[in-house]
Design a protein around this ligand. Sequence first.
Ligand SMILES: [Zn+2]
Length: 385
Amino acid sequence: MKKAYKTEVLLTATQQQKANQTIGVCRYVYNLYLETAQNHYKETKKHLSGFDFSKWLNNVHTQQNDKWIKDVSSKAVKQSIMNGDRAFKNFFKGVSKFPRFKKKKNEDVKAYFPKNNATDLTVERHRIKIPTFGWVRLKEFRYIPSNAKVIHCTLSKKAGRYFISVLCEVTKRQTTYEYETEGIGVDLGLKEFAVCSNQLIFENVNKQERIIKLEKRLKRQQRKLSRSVEQNKNRKRGEFCARNRQKQLLVVQKLHARLANMRKEYIRFVVGVLVKTKPAYIAIEDLNVTGMMKNRHLSRAIASQNFKQFRDFLTVKCLEIGIEIRLVDRWFPSSKCCSSCGEKNVGLSLADRIFTCEHCGLEMDRDFNASLNLQYTKKYTVLTE
Ligand SMILES: [Zn+2]
C-alpha cells in the first residue's frame, strides 16, 4: 500500500534559495512546454509529446538559451514536462479542461525528486536527504517512518513555508476490525456541518468566532493588497512599491493558508470522532457539490465547508481501518422521506427545519430525519479504494 506523508521542512538560507530556484525553473519549463506544444499543434496538427519536448530542450534549446535550466535537478525538470504532457492527455480524453499556465502567486508547482540510488531520500528521525539539496531538517520528528521504503518526494512552498511530501510503500496493518455500535448515517448540511443518526451533531466550523474573525481580517488585508496594485500602476512599478506588494501578498497568503488549515483540522476531528465510535458502517450522501455550487447564493458557503475533502478523508480512514463506507445514491430523497413509515413528504421546502409526516404524525428535526434515512437505506454502493 502506498502512503504519502506531508510535513514542513526547515531550510537553510542556501537551501531556500535552491528550492525557490528549482520551483521557479519547473514552472518556467512547464509553461514553456505548454506554449511550444500549442504552437506545434497549430502548425502540424499533432501533439508534441513531453518526451520529444524534453529531448529538444536538452539537446537544442539549452545549448543556446536559458542555460540556467541546467542548474537545477534534471529529474524535477523532466517531471514538470511530464505533468504538462498528462494535462494535455487529460484534456484530449475530455477528463479536464485545457491546461493553463502556472502562475507564481498560485504556488501550485512542486519540485519532484525520485529515488535514484540507495542513499537518496534516506529518512532519519529529524532529517531527510534530498538529491541536490543534501540533508534537510524536518520540523516534525519521527512523523515519516525511517524504515519505510520511499518511492519519491515533492517539495513545495506555501505562504512562505516549505513542505515535503514523501510517498512510501508501507505494509498494510493486518488487524481485523470489530464493530461495537450499529451503522451511522451522516447528513451533511449548511446549518450544521453534519448531523448523525447516533445523535452526534457537528457544528458548522465557519460559524465559529475564530473563523469569522480571521475571515474579516483576510478581507481587510485583501483590500489593502488590491489598493497596492493600484499604487503600482500609478507609480509605474517602482521598485519600492513592488516589494511592499510582495510583503502584503505574503500576509494574504498566510491568512488563506491558516483558514484552510483550520478547516482541514476540523474535518480531521469529525472523521476521528466518527471512527472512534466503532460503527458497523458509515453511510454518507453522494453530494453533487459541483451542481450545488451553481447556486451563487450558496456557493461560497458550500465551498468553505469542504464536503469533498471530508468525503476523501473519511473514505481513506475507513478503508484503512476496515469500516464499511456506504455512498448513498445522489437522487435518494433522504430529507423528504419519513424515517418511521417511509412516506414521502413532497411539500417539504428547504426552509422547513422540522420534518412532519402527514401519514404517521412523526415530528422530528429535518437533518436528523435525513440521517436516519441514510442509515437504513438499501440504495447504496460500498466504496472500495
Ligand atoms: Zn411517517
